[in-house]
Design a protein around this ligand. Structure first.
Ligand SMILES: NC(=O)c1ccc[n+]([C@@H]2O[C@H](COP(=O)([O-])OP(=O)(O)OC[C@H]3O[C@@H](n4cnc5c(N)ncnc54)[C@H](O)[C@@H]3O)[C@@H](O)[C@H]2O)c1
Length: 366
């Protein structure tokens, strides 16, 4: 996988205690990487980080990315070969209650990581994760391309757009130079689902929490559609981007969208019904209730155009919709019914994902 580039390498993951960071830690450890995590806390309870005892498999720093001195010290002493920056205030609703925390974490925190890299004196490939929300959502029906306008109407989007401007300016000012020891690229992805997420105000998480506790899930917008994808999809993109950057300079400074297939678009209610099939509800309509109570503005459809990833990386989403739904629902069902070891379950899902990708000829599987 990934030309075996990660085996034996030192990899820093910021945000390793979060949803994507936990999956990425497991995948990289499985490939023989030495993972080093930086997170300020374990953001949820339960959390995949704790349920899978990820702390026992990696070196972890409990630090705030807003602490520049600490970031410099960690990057300097660890001398990582790779850095995946995922630490963020990642919840849109929280950006309404805590706008300054969102801005300081997503903008200044990202700047601190870039500054720590700039001051380091060893070679490192950095993949900086932002979001599809970095794009100025003008509610267009077709997908956003990497060179579309950044920004947004809410603080979360603004913070992600601002982080992108900082990343670009660091690239132009420092890392673009032939003498720079840092190679960097940006990964942008949208709504991800999969086992092990317990962050608030995410629809699949709400479902699994409710169903795990034998309750109906309460939903807001049953007919709204989102381009959902399994968490392993963008992670395969970030990992392949890192591997390609390591081998050549061609993609240095570039941003890439990683999204589901263009035709994949499902309403909340359809997704719920499909997920519920694994939970044995006698009647699918029993699994949810609808509320009219909407507490904050949610942007409409935002689709990503992923032609650039297809062209340069030959990357496209691997899973069919029904495979994404099955992997997600099975993970939580196993967790809530206590039927097997969750580390084993997670590793077996990564193995299945890899072998489906290999059968489908995705080049990152080589
Ligand atoms: N999950 C999604 O659907 C989704 C969609 C688009 C983009 N993203 C982006 O992917 C990245 C990871 O998302 P996630 O879903 O894993 O997030 P998450 O909320 O599950 O985890 C966030 C992580 O960041 C850490 N963190 C937060 N503030 C910090 C700080 N000040 N200092 C150090 N660590 C801090 C937390 O401890 C945690 O490890 C984020 O940049 C997010 O915006 C996620």
């Amino acid at each position: 996988m990934f030309n075996d580039i990660y085996s034996g390498k030192k990899v820093i993951i910021t945000g390793n205690t979060g949803f994507k960071g936990a999956w990425l830690s497991i995948w990289l450890s499985k490939m023989g990487a030495h993972v080093i995590g930086i997170s300020k806390d374990v953001p949820t309870s339960p959390a995949m980080y704790e349920e899978l005892d990820i702390a026992g498999r990696i070196r972890h720093y409990q630090e705030d990315i807003r602490n520049l001195a600490k970031m410099i010290q960690i990057v300097d002493s660890e001398r990582p070969d790779f850095l995946f920056h995922l630490a963020a205030q990642a919840i849109v609703s929280v950006s309404y209650s805590c706008p300054m925390e969102t801005i300081s974490t997503n903008v200044i925190g990202t700047a601190n990581i870039l500054e720590a890299l700039r001051l380091s004196n060893h070679s490192c490939v950095a993949v900086i994760i932002t979001s599809d929300k970095a794009y100025d959502n003008i509610e267009q029906l077709w997908g956003y391309k990497e060179n579309d306008y950044l920004g947004g109407k809410d603080v979360y989007s603004g913070s992600k757009g601002a982080a992108e401007l900082i990343i670009k300016s660091y690239y132009q000012s420092f890392f673009k130079s032939k003498d720079s020891n840092i190679k960097l690229a940006v990964g942008r992805a949208g709504n991800v689902i999969g086992g092990g997420d317990w962050a608030q105000n995410r629809i699949v998480v709400d479902c699994m929490l409710s169903w795990g506790n034998e309750k109906k899930v309460v939903i807001r917008n049953p007919n709204s559609t989102r381009p959902w994808q399994h968490v392993l999809e963008p992670l395969s993109g970030y990992l392949y981007l890192g591997a390609q950057l390591y081998k050549s300079d061609e993609l240095h400074g570039e941003a890439f969208n990683f999204g589901p297939r263009a035709e994949d678009k499902y309403s909340v209610v359809n997704l719920l019904k499909d997920l519920s099939a694994y939970w044995g509800f006698p009647n699918v309509d029993d699994c949810y209730a609808i509320t009219g109570n909407i507490s904050f503005h949610e942007a409409g459809l935002l689709k990503l155009n992923c032609d650039k990833a297809l062209y340069y990386l030959k990357w496209h989403a691997n899973l069919e919709y029904h495979e994404m739904v099955r992997l997600t629902s099975e993970w939580y069902y196993t967790f809530y019914r206590g039927e097997s070891d969750m580390l084993e379950k997670t590793l077996s899902q990564i193995n299945e994902y890899e072998s489906l990708a290999a059968q489908r000829g995705l080049p990152w599987t080589e």
